[in-house]
Write a protein that binds this ligand. Structure first.
Ligand code: TXA
Ligand code: MG
Length: 316
């Protein structure tokens, strides 16, 4: 599968592949997506096949702007407010499908709701413009693996299963979008992500409810799965490193270690740590490594999403 620079020409060709029912890897501001024309059931089915993803786990549908989103989903005042403030950007809103929504049922796993997002990335936006269709795209990794934040990760995970990968360099946030259920009057946080709960609460005017506390029906199906898992085991809140362990460090004082070390951010910056998280896990996850020790990371702000992904890696 070729990785190609994201020139206008290459993006236009990739849009042609999408319209013809093929799969395209493309960068967003969060992670790389594995895209298909959301209105073609067969193309969407190919995404599940390529990822080895359970078919009950619905996909995010990407559109160019809020106007396009309003045609696919029913937006009440809360959803509209969040869309206005955070789009384009790393926020996914779950709302009821409109009766005329042309998205294939397979993409929403037969649910009456749809997850919509307007990406803030030049290449993703240009691909949407050339394709002229909504693009269903999960993260471009094999199901159960950590998300791809470099084009090379897409190739390593999916190989010939995808026709082309548009290279946009390392992604900006490095963590997936925040998923919020916004059908009612209270916003429910289904997946912590690149936009923090505090940022959302400030706009919603109330603290977010948590799916973890039983506030969403159904909960985000993807959150039930063991996701984000490297091959090696993961040990969190490490205060020392055992012989033979690799170390995922954080901050200016990494623990003493004799094996491989990856520091997420030497200055202890959460934004930098998020951007490096999946690449760091992939780098340390070598065949000889049985355990990755992870130093404690503050769970405030963006730290909530970082710790969410690390917990999933530990619990797989
Ligand atoms: O940043 C991102 O969100 C990336 C980029 C490519 O946009 N995409 C991504 O997609 O992370 P994926 O498929 O790996 O995660 C989508 C999440 C899953 O947890 C899924 O269960 C949830 O969104 N989801 C999708 N549709 C839903 C729905 N109708 N109701 C509840 N949860 C939904
Ligand atoms: Mg994913």
């Amino acid at each position: 599968m070729p990785i190609v620079p994201s020139t206008q020409d290459a993006i236009e060709r990739a849009a042609g592949i999408l319209r013809a029912g093929g799969l395209v890897g493309f960068p967003t501001e969060t992670v790389y997506g594995l895209g298909a024309d959301a209105t073609q059931g067969r193309a969407v089915a190919a995404i599940f096949e390529a990822k080895g993803r359970p078919s009950f786990n619905p996909l995010i549908v990407h559109v160019a702007d809020a106007t396009a989103a309003f045609r696919l989903g029913r937006f009440g005042p809360l959803a509209k407010q969040l869309a206005e403030r955070f789009w384009p950007g790393p926020l996914t809103l779950v709302v009821p499908r409109t009766p005329s929504c042309p998205v294939a049922d397979f993409a929403t796993a037969g649910l009456s709701t749809i997850a919509l997002r307007v990406p803030a990335h030049r290449v993703a936006q240009s691909l949407l413009a050339f394709a002229g269709v909504p693009i269903a795209a999960p993260s471009a990794n094999r199901s159960g693996h950590v998300s791809a934040t470099w084009a090379a990760h897409v190739e390593a995970d999916l190989g010939a299963r995808v026709a082309v990968v548009l290279d946009g360099g390392p992604t900006q946030f490095g963590l997936e979008s925040t998923v919020v259920e916004a059908s009612g009057e209270r916003a429910v946080l289904l997946r912590p992500g690149a936009i923090t709960a505090a940022q959302l609460a400030a706009v919603a005017g109330h603290p977010l409810l948590r799916a973890a506390d039983g506030h969403a029906q159904p909960v985000s199906p993807g959150q039930l799965l063991s996701h984000y898992a490297p091959q090696a085991r993961v040990r969190l809140h490490a205060t020392h490193v055992e012989p033979g362990e690799a170390l995922l460090a954080f901050g200016p004082a990494p623990l003493p270690a004799s094996g491989p070390v990856f520091n997420l951010s030497c200055s202890g910056d959460l934004l930098e740590a998020a951007a490096n998280l999946f690449a760091g896990l992939r780098q340390l996850d070598q065949p000889g490594t049985a355990m990755i020790a992870v130093m404690p990371i503050s769970s405030s702000g963006l730290g909530e999403a970082i710790n969410d992904r690390l917990l999933r890696a530990e619990r797989r």
